[in-house]
Design a protein around this ligand. Structure first.
Ligand code: GDP
Length: 400
């Protein structure tokens, strides 16, 4: 018979071993090591294209940063150097974007260019152009392929094209037709330059929720190695309902590890240790939910700014007492005391399957269940808030 335990990461297997050896401190350390490792998986994204193609604006938009922000990549500048600049994601510093000068500005041949920027470190390359892709873009793509790295073509400033077309065609204007035409034109150009089955994504950095940005995320997610998929997902802005749902599922899948940790700590014979550790841990986990769902003050203010929906109108649809809070143990305890007992007693079936895997005794499983239910409760509540905020800010619009 298959051992269901095989599907768990090495640290969890070692955690089980430590429990069997009656060493709860080592077991807890193993789970913590696993969770810490998940948080620090690096994702390095190279963004390259000619000056003015919209690289910096794209890097800022995907990181959820305004161009005026201190952490923003400078936009509208003329490049004169071959400096490569890393820009950290403000919420997930393990996710780094590199704004690389266009190959045409550097006079390096493609292979030397890649060597100079240190291509090995990148998970993938995004090649941006504000019109058709050119010989230089293709030379670079070929060289990236030779290095066994992935690349994606992004055709930027698509909102400009749509506006221009609308202005000139007036009554016969059809957004979908225009997009199809531009996409096809880019693909044909790349085919002619020798790129096989090119994929082109039409993007406006001012409206990531429109056009092909969702499709770009889906493609990246599909093609990234499994252990990096969630890293990308959490760093993504909430540009559609599906992303919010996927973030919720990814957070949900982690809860059993936090609950397992809480069960093991409950087994350590130090009075009140368990409650103190549980509360501190849950504060950190729920703070991650707030960041991931964009339910912190600065994310909501930015959303109000970019969509034109007043900040106060966004606040109206938020129900969780934890949204917008600077979380600490007191705030969490207060919220727990207001939890409706019916909702709180939701089944924790999925999580309870993890109890025999760890082999924790019945008494400790009480702590497991309490943590599992509390985290699941607040996760559900905050994910629902995120969906309502999305609907309020962007209507039901998804990609065109
Ligand atoms: P870079 O030199 O490639 O980094 O290009 P920038 O990001 O500095 O962008 C050059 C100009 O294009 C700036 O004025 C941006 O505001 C503008 N721009 C960039 N992306 C978009 C976009 O998606 N839509 C529109 N309308 N303008 C954009």
């Amino acid at each position: 018979m298959d051992d269901p335990f095989d599907s768990y990461p090495q640290e969890i297997k070692e955690c089980q071993q430590a429990l069997m050896n009656n060493d709860p401190a080592a077991a807890a350390a193993k789970i913590q090591e696993y969770l810490e490792k998940q948080k620090n998986i690096p994702l390095k994204i190279a963004v390259t294209g000619e000056t003015g193609s919209g690289k910096s604006t794209f890097v800022n938009a995907v990181r959820g940063i305004d161009d005026e922000d201190d952490r923003a990549a400078p936009t509208g500048c003329v490049e004169t150097t071959m400096e490569v600049t890393p820009y950290l994601h403000p919420k997930y510093p393990n996710v780094i974007f590199w704004d690389l000068p266009g190959i045409g500005t550097t006079n390096f041949p493609a292979d030397k260019y890649l060597e100079h920027v240190g291509f090995e470190k990148f998970d993938f390359f995004i090649i941006i152009s504000a019109d058709r892709f050119r010989e230089n873009d293709v030379k670079l793509a070929r060289e990236i392929q030779k290095m066994e790295k992935k690349f994606y073509f992004v055709r930027s400033k698509i909102d400009h094209n749509i506006q221009d077309e609308e202005r000139s065609k007036k009554t016969s204007f059809n957004a979908e037709k225009t997009l199809k035409y531009i996409r096809e034109d880019c693909i044909q150009g790349l085919l002619k330059l020798g790129i096989e089955a090119p994929q082109v994504f039409l993007v406006s950095s001012f409206e990531l929720h429109l056009y092909d940005f969702s499709r770009l995320h889906e493609t990246l997610e599909r093609e990234l190695p499994d252990h990096k998929k969630n890293v990308l997902l959490f760093a993504m802005p909430n540009i559609n309902r599906e992303i919010i749902k996927k973030k919720k599922e990814a957070f949900q899948a982690q809860i059993k590890y936090f609950a397992g940790l809480s069960a093991i700590v409950a087994g350590v014979p130090v009075p009140v240790l368990s409650t103190t550790v549980d509360l501190a841990m849950m504060v950190n986990v729920i703070a991650d939910y707030l960041l991931g769902f964009g339910l912190d003050k600065s994310s909501l203010q930015r959303l109000a700014g970019t969509t034109g929906v007043p900040y106060e109108d966004l606040l109206v649809v938020i129900r969780s007492p934890l949204a917008l809070q600077i979380l600490d143990e007191d705030v969490l305890l207060k919220a727990i005391s207001h939890m409706s007992s019916t909702l709180f007693l939701m089944a924790a079936e999925e999580g309870s399957r993890f109890i025999p895997v760890l082999g924790i005794p019945a008494a400790m499983s009480l702590s497991f269940t309490a943590t599992y239910r509390t985290l699941s409760f607040f996760l559900n509540e905050l994910a629902d808030d995120a969906q309502r905020v999305f609907k309020k800010a962007l209507g039901l619009e998804t990609a065109v």
